[in-house]
Ligand binder design. Sequence first.
Ligand SMILES: O=C(CO)[C@H](O)[C@H](O)COP(=O)(O)O
Length: 220
Amino acid sequence: MSAEAQKQAAAEVAVAKVESGTVIGVGSGSTVNLFIDALAASDTRIEAAVAASEASAERLRGHGIDVVDANRVTELAVYIDGADEINRHLQMIKGGGGALTREKIVAALSKRFICIVDESKRVTALGDFPLPVEVIPMARSYVARELVKLGGRPELREGFTTDNGNIILDVRSLDLSKPLHREQELNNLAGVVTNGLFALRPADELLVGTDTGVQRFTAA
Ligand SMILES: O=C(CO)[C@H](O)[C@H](O)COP(=O)(O)O
């Protein structure tokens, strides 16, 4: 089964977990696109969604689903999003699509975070995928030097600007064996908006598309 088919299967199981009449959070990326399409094709009629990217908002609206500003809600029933890597504690690296900051905000607003992935995203240790760090443009060189001091190899994501008008540094070689500590440490660097480690707010449930069906996990 292709990764695409695995993503589709996980997305469809996630749709079944969404209740009509609720306001939900919707992440971004190719797996989430499949979720949005599957939600629109289902009998589930949500009240509205808070979207983690302009691209997701546009896709939702294209299906006639209302998109509301995050400032208009106090809590979301559930957040559905993908990941670039996820471990058995359901801690993740996210931000391959550059939407990490808004994804973190929507995740923080949500009672439950359901992560949907194909099986290539499950890892025993986080860190093969370069860690995205969103940085205010003025701080680019400073933050890059600090990341090097921490053992990382940052690389500017060329020609890319986030929905918030910032840049992304993709960082290889950082030791991510203590993700909670690392997430906080990186966020403490002046000029960092946030980083793609989701350890302080891991997923509550993981749906993995595999060749033998969708496997469900909760944090180990
Ligand atoms: O964090 C993300 C975007 O910022 C995505 O969830 C992540 O990159 C996974 O994407 P895909 O579903 O396309 O594999």
